[in-house]
Ligand binder design. Structure first.
Ligand code: AMP
Length: 216
């Protein structure tokens, strides 16, 4: 039976960082909707152009486009054993679409770790965030600095600051999260899939909590 893990939590709480660690430790594929959009932007695709117009404002990309992109990604052979979903679903319509998608292959969301932190912490995290150009590895100038400034420890590529990590856009993204994504907390809690994790702990402690949530 395949395993599907949905990482839930506000922007900047550490979902991407943790998803990459979990993927290494569990062997499951990391599927990040934000990374998929950024890849499309880099490759100048039509989807990338459309996504960028929403991302730059801190808004969500429309559900139909996002759902189609994820459906396509989860159908690839490397997702046969399941996936760690990071940044998807982000609306009730996306959660319903995911349920249908997985039901059609006799799967379901197994566990939903909900990583939490206060808005002030999120803004500090996001505004100090540096992302690697080649593969999206994530650093923070204070909490998780690279060994050499401006260079990814893992693949040596250049680190850059995401356009949507600017303070004004981050505030908008947090509001969008509260309005559109936070209803998913109750949705998954009702299904007894939610496991709350304090995202203000050090990276290693959050990983331990996540691994324990997944095992149970
Ligand atoms: P992230 O990398 O998860 O912070 O996502 C960056 C941006 O990509 C978001 O602010 C949205 O504009 C867009 N995005 C990512 N995932 C989704 C999603 N599931 N639904 C709609 N928009 C998304």
């Amino acid at each position: 039976m395949a395993t599907y893990i949905v990482l839930l939590g506000p922007p900047g709480v550490g979902k991407g960082t943790q998803a990459k660690i979990l993927a290494e430790k569990t062997g499951l594929v990391h599927v990040s909707s934000g990374d998929l959009f950024r890849e499309n932007i880099k490759n100048l695709t039509e989807l990338g152009k459309l996504a960028k117009s929403f991302m730059d404002k801190g808004e969500l990309v429309p559900d139909d486009v996002t759902i189609a992109m994820i459906k396509d990604r989860l159908a690839r052979p490397d997702c046969e054993a399941g996936a760690i979903l990071d940044g998807f679903p982000r609306t009730p319509a996306q959660a319903n679409a995911l349920k249908k998608m997985l039901a059609s292959i006799n799967g379901d969301v197994n566990v939903v770790p909900f990583i939490t932190a206060e808005p002030a912490t999120l803004i500090e995290r996001v505004s100090g965030r540096w992302t690697c150009r080649a593969q999206g590895h994530i650093y923070h100038q204070k909490f998780n600095p690279p060994k050499v400034a401006g260079k990814c420890d893992i693949d040596g590529s250049e680190l850059y600051q995401r356009d949507d990590d600017k303070a004004e856009t981050v505030a908008r993204r947090i509001n969008v999260y509260l309005e559109q994504t936070s209803p998913l907390v109750d949705y998954y809690r009702t299904q007894r899939k939610l496991v709350e994790i304090d995202g203000t702990q050090p990276i290693e402690k959050v990983t331990v909590a996540l691994l324990s949530a997944i095992k149970n």
